[in-house]
Design a protein around this ligand. Structure first.
Ligand SMILES: Nc1ncnc2c1ncn2[C@@H]1O[C@H](COP(=O)(O)OP(=O)(O)OP(=O)(O)O)[C@@H](O)[C@H]1O
Ligand SMILES: NCC(=O)N[C@@H]1O[C@H](COP(=O)([O-])[O-])[C@@H](O)[C@H]1O
Ligand SMILES: [Mg+2]
Length: 386
């Protein structure tokens, strides 16, 4: 295939809205192609700030402040990297001719569980857990009665498990209500979901341009308190189940449209495949692709954004384990065991300027058969301190 890359021009500029660990890798992939990068987040010295050409600190929920930085920088592409940002600013920017990835409407739908759930279940007919939306403790009690216990309660806008609870008895509803309200993000409304006792869950990374859609091998993962701790690739699945998940991932990503990579999350129970949610950006569980693929999810995202071919090689199985800080520190220092540097392993330290208990600070990656890779990755993070 012959293609003309836009890379001959040095005028391409990518702006990341959100500058965490995922954005940092995106910035580095863009830099490898000679593209100028601008990283924006609400606090200084965020991971992607450390590697981008230009760094800005902006209140991400402030429509005018976000628009001002977009107008000033005039990026070729705007890549939202977090959910909690001013969607109005993205809509305004798109109207002014800026290219939002994948598009402002898709970002709006996916940032709010209400929009994406109704879109997937009602408009596209995808199988999901049963769900209700509630705005008061009384409505929560009623919804839990209808959906049944156990059920899962989450703010309509949140990520990495913030504000999420699994309800195992009626007595836990008050606490779940309080917990959701304390979370960052938008907890003015909550979703109550049927608890799916799944056999396993996966992220199906799906990259798309106007020309093609490609799927990565399915990624299995373990979550604790709604946040990822371990992921591995490939997750062993029957061909029929994988095809079902791919078909559903194609339906939802075509429904959202635009260019970029999507992390499509599914619960698998027997032969049933439940759509859970989708990120219109690289996914934390997909960090494993840093060691398993010739083009990681971050490289694929950049290629998709630029409209380049999405070919890549799956090198073989591997695993990733998240290191979460065990202390509060204003100058975090991480101790990393030598095993992290063994010939089939490496570590990515994000460089977050401050640590909190439970904040993800680094990820250990191991290239090996899945079970061995999982064990080794877990062992590395268990031996870490910081
Ligand atoms: N209905 C459910 N049934 C069973 N488990 C669930 C359900 N909803 C969520 N979970 C568990 O909680 C995890 C986090 O949920 P979800 O992905 O909705 O939250 P999140 O905060 O958006 O996470 P992230 O932003 O990190 O992807 C899921 O990966 C799954 O392990
Ligand atoms: N599940 C979403 C996710 O993993 N997002 C990643 O975490 C960062 C925020 O980290 P912080 O909360 O430690 O600042 C985000 O910027 C993004 O890179
Ligand atoms: Mg999720």
């Amino acid at each position: 295939m012959v293609f003309t890359t836009p890379l001959k021009s040095n005028s391409i500029k990518i702006m990341l809205l959100g500058s965490g660990e995922l954005g940092k890798e995106v910035v580095m992939e863009a830099a490898r192609l000679g593209i100028e990068t601008v990283a924006v987040d609400s606090y200084p010295h965020a991971p992607a700030h450390l590697v981008a050409n230009t760094a800005h600190v902006v209140n991400m929920k402030d429509r005018e402040a976000l628009l001002e930085v977009i107008r000033r920088e005039r990026p070729s592409f705007i890549l939202p990297e977090i959910e909690a940002l001013s969607i109005e600013a993205l809509e305004d920017a798109e109207k002014e001719g800026f290219h939002v990835i994948p598009n402002a409407e898709a970002v709006k739908k996916t940032m709010n569980r209400k929009n994406i759930r109704d879109f997937a279940a009602k408009e596209l007919g995808l199988l999901t857990s049963r769900y209700r939306f509630v705005k008061s403790l009384e409505e929560l009690q009623a919804a839990a009665g209808e959906i049944g216990i156990p059920c899962v309660v989450k703010p309509v806008m949140s990520s990495s498990g913030h504000g999420q609870s699994i309800i195992r008895s009626e007595a836990e509803l008050n606490r779940a209500w309080e917990h959701a309200k304390e979370a960052r993000g938008d907890a003015s409304e909550l979703i109550v979901e049927e608890f799916i006792p799944f056999d396993y869950e996966i992220t199906l990374l799906t990259a798309r341009t106007e020309k093609e859609t490609v799927f990565c091998e399915p990624i299995g993962h373990h979550q604790e308190d709604g946040d990822y701790v371990l992921s591995w690739q490939p997750m062993a699945m029957t061909e029929a189940t994988l095809q079902k998940a791919r078909h559903m991932a194609k339906t939802i990503t075509d429904g959202l449209g635009g260019r970029g990579i999507f992390g499509v999350e599914f619960f698998i129970q027997g032969e049933e495949v439940y759509f859970s949610e989708v990120s219109p950006r690289p996914h934390d569980t997909g960090m494993v692709t840093l060691i398993t693929q010739s083009q990681s999810e971050f490289a694929l995202h950049v290629r998709a954004v630029l409209g380049l071919p999405l070919d890549f090689v799956f090198y073989g199985p591997g695993a990733s384990a998240a290191f979460k800080s065990r202390q509060e520190a204003s100058v975090p220092v991480l101790d990393v065991p030598d095993t992290a540097f063994a010939k089939n392993s490496f570590i990515r330290v994000f460089g977050k300027p401050v640590s909190h208990v439970g904040r993800r600070m680094a990820v250990a990656l191991v290239f090996d058969e899945v079970e061995k890779a999982k064990n080794r990755a877990e062992e590395i993070v268990s031996l870490m301190n910081g």
